[in-house]
Design a binder for this molecule. Sequence first.
Ligand code: HEC
Ligand code: HEC
Length: 208
Amino acid sequence: MIRKIFSTVAVMALLSAAGGVQAGGDPEAGFEKSALCHGCHGEQGQAIAPNFPNLASQKPGYIVKQVTDFQKNLRYNDTMSPMALSIASKEDLYDIAAYFSSQKPMKAMIPGSDEKLIKKGKEIFEKGNPRTGLYGCINCHGVKGRGKSPSNQVFPVIGGQNKDYLVAQLQNFRSGDRKNDPAGMMGDIAKRMSDAEIDAVTEYLSSL
Ligand code: HEC
Ligand code: HEC
């Protein structure tokens, strides 16, 4: 696992060098260009339903990568895939990503509130599970799941994300339905997680 993580870090350095993650979009232009997106992800990037992801404060490079992955069918969703194809140009996509990422920090629509579960989830988030070799999420997703650093666009913001959406993604990574993660690192993580651990960690993340 550790070796895998080191090789993963190397892959990510390459990804950044390849320029897949530039900012540089125009958030003002992005507001109008994202009108269609507001119908589900909200005008300020706060999704209108708990099973839709918030985009507010998400890393622009991550947004660009996901939309591009939907366009290329590397990630598939009945609802979202056609939306990704509706974006006419790279420039539009950069502007839209700049708009959503500049919005104030995402908050879950139904914030996690089960104190016992939140405590357990926080422990998993910070320390992982040494018994099963589960690596702490904080190492990649940063303090409170707000991302590693402003310049690192590879690790998405997951703190304040909607629980239903987070659970679905972890299940998709675990089953292999979603496998657009660099070097398969989220698949590795999710396959080590029990349903109870997924429930706890997402309760914590949605409480932030
Ligand atoms: C009809 C509803 C709908 C519309 C409109 C829509 N989306 Fe989505 N979007 C979704 C759903 C549902 C998902 C989650 C897909 C999944 O579960 O894999 C999603 C996922 C995403 C993601 C991945 C988020 C993450 O955290 O990984 C991005 C980025 C995104 N949408 C961007 C956009 C953009 C940009 C637009 C406008 C061009 C748009 N969406 C329009 C429903 C929508
Ligand atoms: C070794 C680094 C690493 C660790 C540790 C890690 N992740 Fe991730 N995670 C990633 C990367 C990279 C992505 C983005 C994948 C992509 O580009 O599609 C991701 C994506 C996700 C997503 C999807 C986000 C979205 O908006 O769709 C969730 C949910 C997630 N991780 C949860 C977790 C949880 C919970 C843990 C701890 C149990 C964890 N991750 C640990 C690297 C990591």
